[in-house]
Design a protein around this ligand. Structure first.
Ligand code: ADP
Ligand code: MG
Length: 395
């Protein structure tokens, strides 16, 4: 059963109630400011609706990896300031996320007002899903809303532990929208094309194994392609090959074959002798000793882009090359353009993949940009997300 929605919640009344919203405001930082505020913007609809309905909003998130200690450079205070600008409303800030002082700040909230808590991961109990820490969080809430899609694959105190202690629970608009868009990948209009790239086979092995028999076409790029090419016995030079994953790569290929699916690997490569901006590059079908593959070549990019145009549904996670360097960005650009121009319903996830799409200003031509890389990959494997399961139990 799907979790209760924000509509259900607001219809049953939230005025004057303390609504604890777990958002994912884990934004990239640059210097002492916010690098990219996409995740803050994505959280606005839920916050605006709850504010307009007169809820007293207690907003919680993690930021970075403070590992259970208060680290001043990972304070959420700058995020609260940016949120206030975007909302056009004051956002009070609590110096911690649990304890007497925080409880008093929550009690002081008026209807429609916002209080943001300090970084949940300043407490080790958050990631350990410690039951006492979960109870302390729950003391701040009459109602619990999970809008933190990007953290919903983690069973933490704020995503799972506290949920059973709060009487009324619901999914926020962002969480619900993410699940609806990703359901399209689980039940696709075919052909379904899955484009997987990025750095490592080991990061994405589970999703490769799940998608190989499910996708009509699985097209592999990025560094992970070289582990697959090595599995096939092709020369890979100095490319990033995970020697301990070659067997797994073979299994993925066999799973696709057994299911009668198409698994595509690069047929040409942009190669260089070092991973640097101004090095000489060549395009080759086979990678010589001493050279490394740093992008898919033009023929491969054209094949993958044509598959995107032919598909009815596209899932893309992971750049096709080292897109951060212009000389190795072309493959990602050609494939991204193919996805953008395709009439297919498209979903793109992953931090670097979104950065590549934004760098190319193609965001508004993609069906859905997922705010949660890891969570979206777990969901499209058909796995239960612990944060979502907790909401379903609390319904
Ligand atoms: P996402 O964040 O979208 O999930 P990943 O983090 O898995 O993507 O991978 C992105 C990284 O992979 C980028 O930093 C990119 O430079 C790197 N990458 C892609 N292709 C290659 C390659 N051929 N060799 C080395 N690194 C690569
Ligand atoms: Mg990444």
């Amino acid at each position: 059963m799907a979790p209760s929605t924000l509509e259900d919640l607001i219809a049953s009344g939230v005025r004057g109630q303390r609504v604890f919203v777990r958002a994912d405001l884990n934004v990239p930082l640059s210097g002492d400011g916010i690098g990219d505020d996409t995740r803050i913007r994505a959280s606005l609809p839920t916050l605006r609706r709850l504010g307009a309905a007169g809820a007293r909003i207690v907003l919680a998130s993690h930021l970075g990896r403070p590992k259970g200690e208060a680290k001043a450079n990972l304070s959420l205070h700058p995020v609260a300031r940016r949120l206030a600008e975007l909302l056009g409303r004051p956002v009070a800030f609590a110096p911690d996320c649990v304890g007497a002082e925080v409880e008093a700040a929550v009690q002081a909230l008026g209807d429609g007002e916002f209080l943001m808590l300090e970084n949940l991961r300043y407490h080790a109990g958050e990631e350990k899903n410690d039951s006492e820490f979960a109870r302390q969080l729950a003391r701040l809430a009459d109602v619990y809303v999970n809008d933190a899609f990007g953290t919903s694959h983690r069973a933490h105190a704020s995503t799972v532990g506290m949920v059973e202690h709060v009487g009324r629970v619901a999914a926020g608009d962002l969480l619900r929208s993410e699940l609806e868009h990703l359901d399209v990948i689980l039940h696709p209009e075919r052909p379904l094309l899955c484009l997987l790239g990025g750095a490592k086979v080991s990061d994405k092995l589970a999703v490769l194994e799940a998608l190989a028999p499910h996708a009509d076409v699985l097209a592999i790029g990025g560094a992970m392609a070289y582990t697959f090419l090595a599995a096939r016995g092709e020369p890979t030079g100095e490319s990033l090959v995970e020697a301990d994953r070659v067997d797994e790569a073979r299994r993925v290929v066999a799973a696709a074959e057994a299911a009668g699916r198409k698994l595509l690997l690069p047929v040409d490569h942009v190669i260089a002798q070092r991973l640097e901006a101004a090095v000489p590059t060549r395009v080759e079908k086979s990678i010589p000793d001493g050279w490394m593959g740093l992008d898919i070549g033009p023929e491969t990019a054209a094949i993958y882009a044509a598959e995107a145009r032919n598909a009815k549904t596209v899932l893309w996670n992971g750049p096709m090359g080292v897109f951060e360097i212009d000389a190795f960005a072309k493959g990602t650009e050609i494939v991204a353009t193919g996805v953008a121009e395709s009439a297919a319903n498209s979903v793109v996830g992953g931090g670097d993949s979104l950065a590549a799409i934004n760098q190319l200003s193609l965001g508004d031509k993609i069906g859905h940009l997922s705010t949660g890389g890891g969570a979206s990959l777990e969901y499209v494997q058909g796995l239960q997300l612990p944060g979502v399961a907790a909401l379903e139990r609390g319904r």
